[in-house]
Design a protein around this ligand. Structure first.
Ligand code: HEM
Length: 439
């Protein structure tokens, strides 16, 4: 990077609270998501964030728990079918996150877990691959040169499928809402959270943006695709890293199993929202996973007006700064001399209270932080609990306290081997495939 890199949470807190504008590299993802909130310039981002915010209130997000529960039990069934063979887990997990994200954002089941060649799944992977290639292959960066490349044609074809599908769902939803409203004009009133049942972010965004006079179909598409892209790979990678770490540290996995047995006993019921609160050790495992292997390992911000950081470092106007999430979350000054070691108990409330609150920044910090972090934690917890209730995950046991997983940057930071691991049935448990899963 030509920009300075910081690993100091005190400095970074100031940067992330004052510099809202993002880096130009994000232009490569613009053909897919346009000006969706995540990478939009501040003037567009600010009003869109305001509209998005109420849709992510905990009371609304927890309405999606039954979707996570059902889709994650399906994931557990699919993994049972691998019959104890060593497999790359990431494609299975990615299909789970895409299924649950599409169901919660669009309100439709796309069944990616049943169909590895689901056009949405295939094209989403392809367009993200092209965006990554453009970041790392300089010759693909000038627009005129890119337009002569095969990647450009792939991107166009991919966007046609993704946009076509999303536009179709948006149109259907508009028609449905219009029909509902003509039957009962009352239905356009502000949403009452207490009678809100399993709707989707799409419906919420239509309401919160002002219903018929609010977002255009294009704006809705941009916001929905942003949520799908922001959610799918980041959540899937975290689930993969957590399973990898549990395979490396069987004594930690034993503790997770103990807690799951306490909460679920021998029952094969689906997870409920009350269970999430009780899975406290699993919660610490997830946070420690995100600390050591953050899916977004660095964040880039533009500096519009000169600022002097608490360390005395001056960032001139017009410069940029890289916030190293990876470096900050392994900084021995804040995490101790064993900062690289895997120790979920760092997140015990009494130990966390002693730390600088921004030493953990996997979901970023400040006004432009991850709006979906509670949603992500619920989805990850649901997936891990459903898989580990029925299985033991096995791989190479790590000898020391520092886990080693080879990673690569592919929009998100991903494991090079796609989390090649084995899932063995826990002997005393029923197979999840015995369960009735509604497709
Ligand atoms: C483990 C999972 C996740 C991680 C680690 C993660 C991480 C992040 C980070 C680091 C940012 C800030 C990016 C930057 O400043 O450049 C961000 C932004 C964002 N994330 Fe997440 N995310 C996760 C899951 C989700 C989910 C599940 C959703 C939606 C359902 C989501 C939606 C968003 C959105 C919309 C933004 C942009 C916020 C804004 O600019 O106002 N993320 N995420």
């Amino acid at each position: 990077f030509s920009e300075p890199v910081s690993v100091d949470p005190v400095d970074l807190e100031m940067v992330m609270r004052t510099c809202m504008e993002k880096d130009d590299l994000h232009r490569f993802i613009r053909p897919i998501i346009g000006y969706g909130a995540i990478f939009a310039p501040v003037s567009i981002w600010r009003p869109r964030r305001k509209i998005l915010q109420p849709a992510f209130k905990p009371k609304i997000v927890e309405i999606f728990v039954p979707v996570f529960a059902e889709q994650s039990m399906k994931l557990s069934c699919k993994l049972s079918e691998t019959g104890g063979r060593k497999v790359k887990l990431l494609p299975y997990i990615g299909a789970y996150t895409l299924d649950s994200t599409c169901e919660t954002t669009l309100g439709v089941k796309i069944n990616a877990q049943d169909d590895a060649v689901s056009p949405f799944l295939v094209e989403l992977g392809r367009v993200l691959q092209v965006a990554t290639e453009r970041i790392f292959r300089l010759w693909l960066q000038p627009e005129w040169l890119f337009r002569c490349s095969p990647q450009y044609r792939q991107q166009r074809a991919g966007c046609e499928v993704l946009h076509g599908f999303t536009d179709h769902v948006i149109m259907k939803k508009r028609e449905e809402l219009k029909a509902k409203q003509s039957k009962s004009p009352e239905s356009d009133r502000p949403i009452d959270l207490s009678d809100y049942d399993s709707k989707s972010f799409l419906e919420l965004l239509i309401h919160f943006s002002g219903s018929a006079g609010g977002y255009s179909n294009e704006e809705l598409r941009e916001e929905i695709l942003t949520l799908i892209i922001g959610s799918t790979d980041s959540t899937a990678s975290t689930i993969g890293y957590a399973l990898d770490l549990l395979a490396k540290y069987p004594h930690v996995q034993d503790k997770v199993h103990e807690e799951l047995d306490e909460v679920f006993g021998d029952s094969d019921r689906l997870l409920q929202k009350e269970d999430l609160m009780r899975l406290k050790y699993l919660d610490r495992v997830i946070k420690e996973t995100l600390r050591l292997f953050p899916p977004a390992p660095f964040l880039i911000r533009k500096v519009e007006e000169e600022i002097t950081l608490p360390s005395g470092r001056v960032l001139p106007a017009g410069s940029g700064i890289v916030a190293s999430v990876w470096g900050t979350q392994r900084n021995p000054k804040y995490w101790g001399p064993d900062a690289d070691a895997f120790d979920p108990d760092r997140f015990l409330p009494e130990r966390a209270a002693l730390r600088h609150p921004c030493a953990f920044m996997a979901f970023s910090i400040g006004p432009r932080n991850c709006i979906g972090y509670q949603y992500a934690l619920m989805s990850i917890k649901s997936a891990l609990s459903s898989v580990l209730r029925f299985h033991r995950v096995k791989g190479r046991v790590e000898r020391g306290n520092t886990p080693h997983i080879r990673v690569k940057i592919d929009v998100m930071m991903k494991a090079v081997n796609g989390h090649e691991l084995t899932l063995e049935r826990r002997s005393q448990r029923r197979a999840p495939k015995d369960l009735q899963i509604v497709k």
